[in-house]
Design a protein around this ligand. Structure first.
Ligand code: 5GP
Length: 126
């Protein structure tokens, strides 16, 4: 198990393959620390994923094991992408799913940026 309790990093996960250029993506931003691209199955008018370039399964894994520059660079990219997408005025939501209860499909740490419409409640009540 990784530091987060989730399985170890799988280098064949879909985002690792996107990072290696084996699978195309609609890129909106790339720098030393992060890659941002449109979600293949958008849930909102704007739905972009931001992923760190390193191999991290979860938030716990990323924040425990990435260097300070990588962590700062990643979050700086998240803010820049949201701003560059024009969401700063209207607002947006950042969300990250972790593990089975979080509904994480792709085991490479990532955040979703949702925007382009009123997003309503944070989460439906049970
Ligand atoms: P998770 O549930 O892991 O937080 O979200 C994974 C997201 O990755 C989903 O919203 C899904 O639509 C997106 N996704 C899965 N495969 C691909 C792909 O090959 N390309 C892109 N651009 N997005 C993908």
């Amino acid at each position: 198990m990784s530091v987060s309790g989730l399985p170890p990093y799988d280098p064949q996960n879909i985002f690792a393959r996107i990072l290696r250029g084996e699978i195309p993506c609609k890129r909106v931003h790339e720098d030393e620390f992060a890659l941002a691209f449109h979600d293949i199955n958008p849930l909102t008018p704007t739905h972009v994923l931001v992923i760190p370039k390193g191999e991290y399964v979860s938030a716990a894994d990323f924040h425990a094991n990435a260097g300070d520059a990588a962590i700062a660079g990643f979050w700086r990219a998240v803010g820049k992408v949201a701003k560059d997408l024009g969401l700063e005025g209207s607002g947006y939501r950042i969300l990250s799913n972790m593990g089975p209860d979080g509904g994480q499909e792709v085991p490479h740490f990532h955040v979703h940026i949702f925007g382009g419409r009123r997003l309503g409640r944070m989460m439906p009540r049970e």
